[in-house]
Ligand binder design. Structure first.
Ligand code: Q9C
Ligand code: ZN
Length: 313
């Protein structure tokens, strides 16, 4: 029988603030609640999808966040998130990366709920299910040990990985968002037992716009200098999946921003590509915790998500 996919659906009720860039132009906000609605619409079309709410004590989530992030960074997020005006901080950003993520009232609370959905998804997998999908926002993979960025505050995927580890599972993290999982890499440097692979657009040509190379042997970065064909992408994916040979569960940082027309992307994948990607992951025969990262082409998100779910056989 084809396995069920449990989607942990969280509504953040949080709005990213617009801010003026260096030229004085207001930023366009594509990271919205509407994205999650469109993705849910697509997942609903797969009859193996069942729905759940985040079901974990916030104290437990906070404890995991405390392990992933620096105390000073968390203190900054917690206090700044109580102010009504948004703050563009220049201290807690990755080296060389331009500040692009305002901290607004409610940002920390929303990010913690996103972590809660990732932890719930991890628990569903430790409970014996094959596939769990944290349909969360704000995203997390650009949030590092002591930095935010790219609309990310807390690293949902890293928190999920830790939750799986706590349950005794050997875990790896695969990042297939269009953007490099720089925050996840920064955090996982401190976890040498967690293999990490990220496939992404060149970090010089796309966010975070800095040169990146793995700091440790257990990390593999595949940056594409030009938009890859489906085959070229899958070739690189296949070449690196062996890195996860010894894991009991895999966390997948999933972005739909590979799609043609994505306002933060630049590639030309079509929705069916996510079905092919999903079947490659399904073939690993390990439980998956899918964590939502980017994907901003509203009109395409439902088709992408449906295709992904159908491919998780
Ligand atoms: N001209 C994720 O996909 N772009 N984040 C800021 C705008 C940041 C995307 C510059 C894109 C980050 C999770
Ligand atoms: Zn992205």
């Amino acid at each position: 029988m084809t396995p069920l996919i449990t989607v942990v659906h969280e509504v953040a009720g949080f709005q990213l603030a617009s801010f003026r860039d260096r030229d004085g132009n207001p930023s366009v906000i594509n990271e919205t609640e509407a994205r999650i609605g469109r993705i849910a619409d697509g997942l609903r079309q797969c009859d193996r999808v069942q729905w759940a709410r985040a079901d974990v004590a916030l104290d437990d989530v906070t404890r995991l966040a405390d392990e992933v992030h620096a105390p000073g960074y968390l203190a900054f997020l917690r206090t700044t998130s109580t102010r009504s005006e948004s703050v563009i901080d220049t201290q807690f950003v990755a080296p060389g990366v331009l500040p692009d993520t305002p901290v607004t009232s409610g940002a920390y609370a929303a990010a913690l709920r996103a972590c809660a959905s990732a932890v719930t998804a991890a628990q569903i997998v430790t409970g014996g299910e094959r596939y769990a999908y944290a349909l969360c926002r704000p995203p997390g993979h650009h949030a590092g040990h002591a930095f935010l960025g790219g609309y990310c505050y807390l690293n949902n995927a890293a928190v999920a990985a830790l939750a799986l580890q706590r349950a005794g599972m050997r875990v790896g993290v695969l990042d297939v968002d269009y953007h490099h999982g720089n925050g996840t890499a920064d955090i996982l440097v401190r976890h040498p037992d967690v293999p990490f692979v990220s496939l992404h657009a060149s970090t010089l040509q796309a966010f975070p716009y800095v040169d990146t190379s793995p700091a440790v042997a257990q990390h593999r970065f595949v940056g594409f200098d030009a938009p890859p064909s489906d085959e070229a992408y899958l070739h690189q994916l296949d070449a690196h999946l062996g890195h996860f040979a010894n894991v009991d569960a895999l966390v997948v940082s999933l972005g739909y921003d590979l799609i043609e027309g994505d306002p933060h992307g630049g590639w030309q994948m079509q929705p069916a590509f996510f079905g092919v990607l999903a079947s490659r992951l399904a073939a690993l025969r390990v439980p998956l915790v899918v964590v939502q990262e980017g994907g901003y082409a509203l009109g395409q998100l439902a088709a992408c998500a449906r295709s992904l779910a159908e491919g998780l056989t």
